[in-house]
Write a protein that binds this ligand. Sequence first.
Ligand SMILES: Nc1nc2c(ncn2[C@@H]2O[C@H](COP(=O)(O)OP(=O)(O)O)[C@@H](O)[C@H]2O)c(=O)[nH]1
Ligand SMILES: [Mg+2]
Ligand SMILES: [Zn+2]
Length: 300
Amino acid sequence: MMSETQPMLLRGTLIRGIGSFYTARDETGTCHTLRCKKKIRHSGMTPLTGDEVLFTPGEAEEHGWIEEILPRKTVCLRPPVANVTCLVIVIAPVPEADLVLTDRQICRAVAQDMKILIAVNKSDLDPDMAVRITADYRESGIQVFAVSALRKTGLDELKEAMLGQLCCLTGQSGAGKSTLLNALLGLQLETGDISRRIARGKNTTRSSDLIEKDGLRVMDTAGFNLLEPEKQLEPEKLRERYPEFRPYEGKCRYRECLHDREPGCAVNEAAEAGRISVNRLNRYRRILAETREIWRDRYD
Ligand SMILES: Nc1nc2c(ncn2[C@@H]2O[C@H](COP(=O)(O)OP(=O)(O)O)[C@@H](O)[C@H]2O)c(=O)[nH]1
Ligand SMILES: [Mg+2]
Ligand SMILES: [Zn+2]
């Protein structure tokens, strides 16, 4: 009688997904092609780039199987990736930056304790943009970097801040994420124009790729222009996601002050006195209004 051998279980990180096939890199650096066991999908989970998984490797040309997705440290929605510890938001003068979108992304990242960096790309086109953005975020503790992926300027400082983190480049389509990643890592990945053409031609959904080089671990991701507001966020919780408001918490006239237009608001006074950014506060108020509306309609 043949003895049944216990299937070998390996641990790895998902670095890519194309259609229903995933690539995991194991602890020795070897890559494995895998599919996802039905029991995982039935539990309502979909593997994401960045996931730590346990898997049975395939033999010869056969693919292996993802057996388990280990608990996630963080989850990003746009792009859908797991375990990111540092969000690098790429904005540029063209296409025109949508800073409300940027602030929404920041709110989600703050809620998950991620490190947040803003890369103001294409600074060759508008060197002043980074100055304006730096002023907006000075009191938030979020670092702003003026870079040009094209001219390869400002890259070393950004790289330094990204070291040791699992980073995700995010931002509007066309901001220059792929070009920036190529410049940072010295690679030749497809930039937007090409990948968009391929995307139109084929039916495969291509996930984000996790690229590791020179101590940097970065996700390259498809661009997006929309980020739907959070449905589960109580309006009272939004203010906690603004690091620059923290010194003023509890100092407003009303304990439940939302820093909207209430009298005696310490955050408003700080903005008027130039101690926090008026632009950030104004955008907070827009996001607050949205959040209230969605919260009010949450049972519809
Ligand atoms: N002038 C200038 N153009 C850039 C820079 N970085 C990227 N681009 C251009 O912006 C366009 C979009 O870049 P891409 O990397 O595909 O953007 P993605 O959609 O965010 O990945 C391309 O035509 C790039 O050549 C830059 O630093 N300066
Ligand atoms: Mg791209
Ligand atoms: Zn207040």
